[in-house]
Design a binder for this molecule. Structure first.
Ligand SMILES: NC(=O)c1ccc[n+]([C@@H]2O[C@H](COP(=O)([O-])OP(=O)(O)OC[C@H]3O[C@@H](n4cnc5c(N)ncnc54)[C@H](O)[C@@H]3O)[C@@H](O)[C@H]2O)c1
Ligand SMILES: O=P(O)(O)OC[C@H](O)CO
Length: 323
């Protein structure tokens, strides 16, 4: 049987390469004709995953109908486009959602969006600490695969696992999604600390207090603590908050160096999901009565609503409280 991947950005291309690493055929749906052309003729994706030679058993296409013979579809579009691409996908095929974010306008998680767009398709979530270029190179990686249907989860894990790529099964879909969505916003905060020269103590404080915010929000939405403390939560938070390989961290670094969010976000080709998730997450947290001061601070900077110094001072001046 053939696997399909929807979305040929860095992560979709890396996942197609992973699936093709044992020689099986992979159909990869891409939006841009030049990406389709480069993958099929030069076996590269210079736009989104440069300098990685791709397997010739990956076949790119711009026609969703070409994924009709697949028994498994990995959905890897940016979160804000997931609804429209899933609606075009073949119906009834298991969807493994690999995007990290919350939909603007609805505040829905990706599994909730996909369930609306394709009500007959079984759903799983694949999320964890996974820089695309490392997975594409075959470097060791562990990830959460969450699926409420345990038997389906086991079948999907067996299809996706490779010698250097280990999915860990969970049935906490909501928890896996909340970790991936929230960590992107917190990575922006850690990037700000780096750009503003606030030091490594500040980064560690943001990771731990940010994790407390992720946990409060996750528990309010029904996530399990062990999921939030696992690969898709704390694991991904640590990765993304530690390196300029992260687009979210890099965006924050630019903000910390004094650039405006508008300038940093203008004409970006690659996606920094945290910029879209932050205001949706802030509003959802406020509505649920969950305090998320680091997320609020990131929102203020993304909206260019307050000077950097004032945002940092306000965080430091919060009332002292028990940990
Ligand atoms: N890059 C990573 O290392 C990585 C790892 C894990 C998860 N993710 C997640 O995967 C998702 C995709 O990220 P990426 O890094 O592959 O993307 P990317 O930034 O490399 O590329 C942007 C993608 O957006 C697509 N796009 C642009 N406009 C679109 C539209 N109107 N409709 C549909 N698609 C459109 C482009 O075709 C391209 O595939 C994100 O949610 C991201 O958080 C990324
Ligand atoms: O580059 P980022 O910030 O989108 O992070 C990529 C992955 O989500 C890391 O797991």
């Amino acid at each position: 049987m053939k696997a399909g991947v929807i979305g040929a950005g860095a992560w979709g291309t890396a996942l197609a390469q992973l699936l093709a690493s044992d020689g099986q055929s992979v159909a990869l749906w891409a939006l841009e004709p030049d990406v389709i052309d480069a993958i099929n003729h030069v076996h590269e994706n210079p736009l989104y995953l440069a300098n990685i030679p791709l397997s010739p058993s990956i076949r790119a296409t711009g026609a969703m109908a070409d994924l009709g013979s697949c028994d498994l579809l990995l959905v890897v579009s940016p979160a804000q486009h997931l609804r429209s691409v899933v609606a075009q996908a073949p119906a009834g095929v298991p969807l493994v959602l690999c995007s990290k974010g919350i939909e603007a306008g609805t505040s829905l998680l990706m599994s909730e969006v996909a369930a609306q767009a394709q009500p007959t398709s079984p759903i799983a979530v694949l999320s964890g600490p996974t820089f695309a270029h490392e997975v594409a190179k075959g470097l060791p990686t562990a990830i959460t695969l969450a699926c409420e249907d345990r038997a389906l989860g086991q079948r999907l894990a067996a299809r996706i696992a490779r010698p250097s790529f280990r999915p860990y099964l969970s049935d906490d879909v909501i928890g896996a999604e909340i970790g991936g969505a929230v960590k992107n916003v917190l990575a922006i905060a850690c990037g700000v600390a780096e750009g503003a020269g606030l030091g490594l103590n500040a980064r560690a404080a943001l990771i731990s207090r940010g994790f407390a915010e992720m946990t409060r929000f996750g528990l309010a939405r029904g996530a399990r603590p062990e999921t939030l403390g696992g690969l898709s939560g704390l694991g991904d938070l640590v990765l993304t908050c530690s390196s300029t390989n992260s687009r979210n961290f890099s965006l924050g670094k630019g903000l910390g160096e004094g650039a405006s969010a508008a300038a940093l976000l203008a004409n970006r080709r690659t996606v920094a999901e945290g910029a879209f998730t932050a205001p949706v997450l802030r509003d959802a947290a406020r509505a649920a009565g969950v305090e998320m001061p680091v997320v609020e601070a990131v929102c203020a900077l993304l909206a260019d609503a307050a000077p950097l110094g004032a945002v940092i001072d306000a965080l430091l001046a919060r009332p002292l409280r028990p940990e």
